[in-house]
Design a protein around this ligand. Structure first.
Ligand code: NA7
Length: 544
């Protein structure tokens, strides 16, 4: 499916052949791109963002599929940099849906007058570092060209959609799309026989919503997930007032937690209390909304080991209780990976969908998809006739969006070649041989905006330092990069996120190196490391 909004580019239409000159170029106008624009503009730099989409929002622009919403608390997900913005914006639901999230990011763009610095419908195809004048030459698909000293890739961690290379995909006679490119005008699913491939966080949200309108739904599941009730609801006026009065405390809590969420682990081990007390806590937290069920639980529930398996058993039982047919229930119960080793989807009635007469669950681990046919999907067992196919098959995470751009650094090497065995960066931000490039999308951890905001602030501060001290180049030293890669590999191996084959480690993409794609550190540790690096005159960076 193509771009839902094909318009002519807005800002920066320049005469043919002219190369626009800026201090900094930002690729992407999503959450990090918008804030990067804001900060760099505040510093007095001339900045331009190039955005592939027809509007701002990134993830919240493209993911228009039914059911798409936050599963972090809305009021922890907004920007914190402007008190005025915090007080002006009313989140309507505890876990806000895509339309409102897109509206919020548009509101931010308008409030801070960012739109005039963004050129929409502008796909960057290559960026080449000019070693003569220490500037990035950026080329767009439509032939537009621009140059800047600094290049910031705010291209998102989950933006390069992945559709498995199924044979016959183009022979299918009905409409099909990937959830991350849901058409702006929607898909007509009412009364249709719809097939969904994928049961990750996206599939779980989508399936629950579309099961209400389709005539028949076939869900192709390869791996069952541990899903837990989201328990969303509207924010009433009194709660709104309380939230607005508590932002300092809310953000303080987020800043102190490992993943920047407003939840704090119980410092006790699950195994140090009696089975009754353990179960009482599991049950009490299960009734709570969102991620609290595990992020406020005994700390070792989210670490490989006995407590983790104990909690997994509890969640499996919760799933069994909600599905009428015991055979289907067993198919939905995850048994092949640790609780929390994959991203945990939140749901609002997902399991009950499988009690509907018009819903069929197909196990494609046991009988894999062989091909897409003109009439539907053929597994090794049967052919399923469908009117519409939806791919909720995930993303080529973190490096995928970077690799779509030909980024050439010193000596003509490309970032794609350099990252072939996994990302080679210093703190996710900078890569040796790619001066003045900030791979901001490769450095976020946890609750996205909470992690992105301090990161963008650090990068802007770094750029200010470089300019004030009249350096023309900054890049990671090969030694700092080697040490960081070693840290990611060694310490990453111990954490829950590397234990299963998921996008966290690139294992969802055939042929992609299996490496932790983000930092193994908690958000507070990451911020402290970056602060120390800056305080030591950008230790680990080569300033020329
Ligand atoms: P995910 O979590 O990567 O899920 C993708 C799903 O697609 C998952 O169930 C996969 O099964 C399935 N998949 C992928 N390839 C195939 C093939 N070839 N056959 C059958 N099934 C397949 O992506 P999401 O979009 O759901 O979520 C991404 C993030 O967005 C999420 O973590 C949140 O942070 C928000 P598998 O599990 O690999 O067996």
């Amino acid at each position: 499916m193509g771009n839902p909004e094909q318009q002519t580019p807005t800002a920066g239409a320049s005469p043919a052949g002219e190369v626009e000159q800026f201090d900094a170029i930002v690729i992407g106008a999503g959450v990090t791109g918008l804030y990067s624009l804001y900060r760099l503009h505040e510093l007095g730099l001339s900045v331009r963002a190039f955005e592939d989409g027809g509007g701002v929002g990134g993830t919240w622009y493209w993911n228009r599929y039914p059911g798409c919403r936050f599963d972090s608390e809305s009021y922890t997900y907004g920007y914190s940099f402007s008190e005025e913005l915090l007080q002006e914006w009313d989140w309507k639901e505890y876990y806000s849906g895509q339309p409102e999230n897109e509206r919020y990011l548009n509101y931010v763009a308008d409030k801070f007058d960012l739109r005039r610095h963004i050129r929409f419908n502008s796909r960057v195809v290559s960026a080449v570092f000019d070693e003569e004048d220490d500037r990035w030459q950026v080329n767009l698909q439509d032939g537009h060209r621009a140059s800047a000293q600094f290049l910031i890739t705010s291209v998102g961690i989950l933006s390069a959609g992945y559709i498995p290379d199924f044979e016959g995909i183009d022979s299918f006679q009905g409409p099909w799309c990937h959830t991350g490119r849901w058409p702006k005008d929607g898909m007509d699913l009412a009364g249709k026989r719809v097939g969904v491939i994928g049961t990750g966080a996206t599939g779980v949200q989508l399936i629950t919503e579309i099961a209400k309108e389709v005539s028949h739904l076939t869900v192709f599941q390869r791996t069952a997930n541990y899903c837990a009730p989201l328990r969303n609801g509207p924010i009433d006026d009194e709660a709104q007032r309380k939230i607005k009065a508590s932002y300092p405390e809310i953000f303080k809590m987020c800043n102190e937690s490992a993943g920047s969420f407003m939840h704090k682990f119980d410092p006790r081990s699950a195994m140090d209390v009696s089975p009754e007390e353990r179960l009482e806590q599991y049950e009490r937290l299960w009734k709570e909304p969102g991620f609290k069920k595990w992020l406020s639980n005994f700390y070792d529930v989210m670490m490989p080991g006995e407590a983790n398996e104990d909690y997994a058993k509890f969640v499996r039982e919760k799933i069994r209780q909600r599905v009428n047919d015991p055979v289907v229930a067993e198919m939905l119960v995850p048994k092949d990976h640790m609780f929390g080793s994959k991203r945990l989807p939140c749901e609002s009635g997902y399991y009950e969908v499988f009690n509907q007469d018009n819903v069929l669950l197909v196990d494609v681990r046991q009988a894999p998809i062989e091909r897409i046919t003109p009439r539907g999907i053929k597994t090794s067992d049967a052919e399923y006739e469908l009117d519409v196919i939806i791919f909720a098959t995930g993303y080529d995470a973190v490096t995928g969006a970077l690799n779509k751009i030909e980024i050439r650094g010193q000596g003509g090497q490309t970032l794609k070649e350099k990252f072939a065995g996994g990302p080679r960066t210093y703190m996710g931000i900078s890569s040796a041989g790619f001066p003045n490039l900030f791979t901001i999308n490769a450095a976020s951890v946890g609750n996205f905006v909470r992690a992105a905001e301090p990161l963008v602030e650090w990068v802007s501060e770094c750029i200010r330092y470089v300019r004030e001290n009249e350096f023309t180049r900054i890049s990671a030293t090969p030694e700092a990069e080697d040490a960081w890669v070693k840290h990611v590999n060694e310490d990453g191996a111990k954490i829950l996120r590397t234990q299963a084959n998921s996008w966290f480690v690139g294992a969802n993409i055939p042929g992609k190196a299996r490496v932790l794609l983000t930092s193994p550190d908690t958000a507070p540790v990451m911020r402290a490391k970056r602060a120390e690096v800056a305080a030591n005159g950008y230790e680990g960076f080569l300033l020329e």
